[in-house]
Design a binder for this molecule. Structure first.
Ligand code: GRF
Length: 221
């Protein structure tokens, strides 16, 4: 039997990315087990999803702790007690302290709904739509001490249209998040992620064709 990666998934909200990981495992596409789901928000719908799939879940409210370190230590304790190897932040709306990062060095993934380093931080889709970019997308990256700033593992690009709203762009991006997050985790499971400085190389992956994209399409050139 293939070795499976033990995941701990950190959530704060709807948990659609958690669902995509659950579904990918169920379909046999992702060699992983979700050992625990941790939410800082007791009302997160992600907790309902975990329960439905008999996945252990723990609520750790940051407001119950005096310092970020105390809160992070509690999360670390739960992750370690659950034998978690890889930490997956899926819509987890908290910045991690160095304490947390050092407890899982280069073993914490995050997903961000923009083509990093563009639009880091909150409301990325709204800011991209308002900015008038012609493309946006999503990025899976390693977490580091910055905001959405660690080495990028995989990105997906989607077009942005001039009549896009925050909602339409968010929905288009989210669909791709649900593909690239399980894929990034599977790269990890297959031992294919090589980190060279701030660059990530996926061992054995094909080179995509050198095809530029234009939005709007070229009509003359
Ligand atoms: C996603 O857009 C993710 O990129 C961002 O927060 C959102 C979480 O969505 N970090 P969900 O909770 O996985 O549905």
């Amino acid at each position: 039997m293939k070795k499976k990666v033990n995941l701990g998934v950190l959530v704060s909200g709807s948990g659609s990315n958690l669902q995509s990981i659950i579904d990918s495992i169920a379909r046999g596409l992702l060699d992983a087990d979700i050992n625990v789901v941790i939410s800082n928000n007791p009302d997160a719908y992600a907790l309902v999803r975990a329960k439905k799939h008999n996945i252990a879940s723990v609520i750790i409210k940051h407001t119950d702790f005096e310092t970020r370190e105390n809160c992070d230590q509690k999360i670390i304790d739960v992750l370690k007690a659950s034998s978690v190897e890889l930490v997956v932040m899926a819509g987890f709306m908290r910045i991690l302290s160095p304490l947390f990062l050092n407890a899982f060095p280069m073993k914490i993934l995050n997903i961000h709904p923009a083509i990093l380093p563009a639009f880091p931080g909150i409301n990325a889709q709204k800011r991209a739509a308002e900015y008038g970019v012609k493309f946006s997308g999503c990025s899976v990256h390693f977490a580091d001490e910055g905001v959405d700033s660690g080495p990028v593992i995989i990105q997906a690009v989607v077009p942005a249209y001039d009549d896009d709203t925050e909602d339409t762009l968010t929905a288009r991006i989210l669909k791709e998040e649900h593909r690239i997050y399980p894929q990034a985790i599977q790269f990890y499971a297959e031992g294919r992620i090589e980190i060279i400085g701030r660059k990530v190389r996926i061992k054995g992956s094909k080179r995509i064709p050198e095809t530029p994209l234009y939005n709007p399409p070229l009509t003359v050139f």
